[in-house]
Design a protein around this ligand. Structure first.
Ligand SMILES: [Zn+2]
Length: 222
């Protein structure tokens, strides 16, 4: 039940309208690096964001463009900017604070769109079946190591467009000593102990738990 970890640094998604306002007429995003989710990419483009208490420079723009502009930051970033954004799922922007976004060719003052992204796991439908998970369910994941932690309230997101990845922000990753590529174990699903899909090896005798193969497939990893 191990799931790869993907740490999301602060970033912004732009609408085409705002991309044009910030980078000039005819602007488009230039992919720099693909992200874990198919089709998503970090672009070459960066912006500054200015809140009531401070500015953060060189915030990466992720692509492709979206219907609505959305800035995703950590709680630490929010303190620096002087904002109190809620913890939200991506795209749920009602009653979120705004901010001023500054590009090389102009600036835009948003009336809403700043969130602290709610931690989540992306599942393909195949992975969701394997883990016994449905879209929107609440998961608990555990990490190991020197700063091992248990993460409650992790939302499962299932789509054919997704690839298995546990997304958390830099505050959460730092608190747990995690880096992208580390792994977390799903230990609960909707408050119940997560069960690996049962393994049946034909006529296997239940008591025969001494074979190395059996141990390997059923023992949970500490
Ligand atoms: Zn994500």
């Amino acid at each position: 039940m191990q799931i790869p970890v993907g740490v999301s640094a602060r970033h912004v998604h732009l609408s085409q309208e705002h991309l044009t306002a910030l980078f000039g007429a005819g602007a488009r995003l230039h992919p720099k690096k693909p992200l874990s989710q198919p089709g998503q990419f970090a672009s070459e483009e960066k912006v500054d964001v200015r809140g009531p208490r401070g500015t953060i420079q060189n915030v990466r723009v992720l692509g492709p463009v979206r219907p609505e502009t959305q800035l995703e930051i950590s709680k630490t970033d929010a303190l620096k900017l002087g904002l109190q954004p809620p913890v939200r799922e991506s795209g749920r922007l009602e009653q979120t604070p705004g901010i001023t976004v500054i590009g090389p060719q102009g600036q835009v003052t948003l009336t809403q769109g700043v969130i602290v992204a709610k931690r989540h796991v992306h599942f393909s439908p195949e992975d969701a079946r394997r883990y016994g998970v449905r879209d929107g369910q609440s998961l608990t994941l555990r990490t190991t190591g020197e700063r091992g932690l248990i993460f409650e309230n992790v939302t499962a997101r299932v789509s054919p467009k997704y690839k298995l990845d546990f997304h958390l922000d830099t505050d959460e990753a730092n608190a747990a000593g995690l880096q992208s590529g580390d792994e977390a174990e799903m230990i609960e699903l909707e408050g119940l102990k997560a069960q690996p899909m049962p393994h049946f090896h034909g006529n296997e005798i239940i008591r025969d738990d001494s074979s190395p193969q059996h141990e390997k497939t059923t023992e949970s990893v500490g």
